[in-house]
Ligand binder design. Sequence first.
Ligand code: M6R
Length: 595
Amino acid sequence: MCGIVGCILKDDKKDVAPILFDCISKLEYRGYDSIGLATFDDENIHIKKDKGKINEVNEKLDLQDMAGNFGIAHVRWATHGDPSKLNSHPQVDENVEIAVVHNGIIENNTKIKADLEKEGHIFKSDTDTEVIPHLIEKFMDEGFDLEHAVRKTIEVIEGAYAIAVISSREPDKIIATRKDSPLIVGIGEDGYYLASDSPAILKYAKDIIYPERDEIVILDKSGVVVHDEFDNVVNKQIDTINWTPEMAEKEGYDHFMIKEINEQATAVRNTLTQRDNIKNIIDDLGDIDRICFVACGTSYHASLTGKYLLESLAGISTDVILASEFKYSAKTLDDKTLVIFISQSGETADSLKALDIANETSKTLGIVNVAGSSITRRAKYVIQTQAGPEIGVAATKTYVSQLTAIYLFAALLADDNDLLDELYNVPDYIDEVLADFEEVKILSNRYHFAKDFFYLGRGYVYPTALEGALKLKEISYIHGEGYAAGELKHGPLALIDEGIPVVVIIPPGDAYKKTMSNLEEVKSRGASVLAIGGSGDEDLKSKAQDVFYINCDVGELIAPLVYIVPLQLLSYYVTLEKGFDPDKPRNLAKCVTVE
Ligand code: M6R
């Protein structure tokens, strides 16, 4: 959802452009509609920008060849104005004296633009962002210095923003601020950094500051200063990132997605280390009579599994609400409700809005992958999933890590020691499934021509069906729908036609027989059934066109943690067959920081 970076080097004579380029390249998962850099040298701001993916634009413009020891950069996920050179960031004022990169949406941009046009400002782009350099210009013309012109600007703009600003009128510094969009500040050996997310700066800075809403950050070559709204210096806590730069590299894999699929056993193993933390949270929670999960996308599917676990194991009434719909349920909350926010990024705008609502009445818990993200700072309790950085837009290892945290939470709450013991076997199960990846490749070759796919699951693996379908549609652009297996006959069965692929998730357990009946229903209507079943289930061979066997002893209770793996692989290989880039699906970005 756009990524921004900024950097000022201590050494005046060193050019920042190669570092800016390197940093912004690490944020391509946040937007790939355009890229742009601005540096300052020889009294002027220099800008290179264009629409297109980073490598395409770099080949054309040689983005690393720009003079100047400080600057800002941007990758765009278009919201206002189509992807074009003019709409690319940095956005500037008329005289190119002020350059701004922005992540977020300025909701009152139309009114501001109209007012500024009356005052003689001329706009060139269709972006909401362009009002920002013009407002800063206006306030500098009125006599404010750059910092206070930015301060005045954020008093006028409404919406979400993380912005970084440079100006030739007041060079040698970068001013940044944020509200409802992420921004971190890095303190490195050679300079000071700004970024929307930590993978951008892992190579350059380990010490991190998290600016709060509307604090003003001033970077110059001597250091970083943060001011509050009254111009007081804020003594910010410095945290250390424990991710390594290699974690945000492909490390020999063709794509981040397949690397991350292969890291899932480690992600589960590392997340199991949260057991004591989770136990402490449970002990501290006090009287809870209802749990409410709030999340979006893949995190919503992890939450749905949480409902099955908490209701069946701990007998706690549990709801799962999409974050964007949460406010309509706000009146049902009270101090005995625990609201659990599941999020990979910890920055999803819909979830953050919901968290603010929940914090008013209820206890809140965030299950989040990115340390220091907004949800971790705003929720009362935090469980950090230990998946490491996830760069592929399609969530994979963070999904199984979220599930692991939820399983631990449910098993500890229910005192289910058998389940707790079994969780430690899950990494091995995942690795056993991954070893059979060639079989999924063959299946992908067979199925990639399909226009529609259905995924069926019952009980614990119903959310697995939803997640399998989401994985397929978001990267391969094949229409996929997940259904509770028993629900199909209430309508969607009408869509089942000769040869349509139906993936049936059918682990051994209580739901097995009924799922098998549902398999028969679609098969008798001509569906081409691909069953994902348990090892030794010979029956499946005669019932389904194809079977992928989970060759380890995984019952239905923990099936969600393991049966998702072949579905992720299926999506990945189908996408490759179709010639698309699984890491950069069209229209999507990794972190959705607008509502
Ligand atoms: O960062 P979050 O977990 O809050 O993100 C929620 C969704 O945007 C995310 O899961 C999205 O659905 C993924 N692209 C799915 O692969």
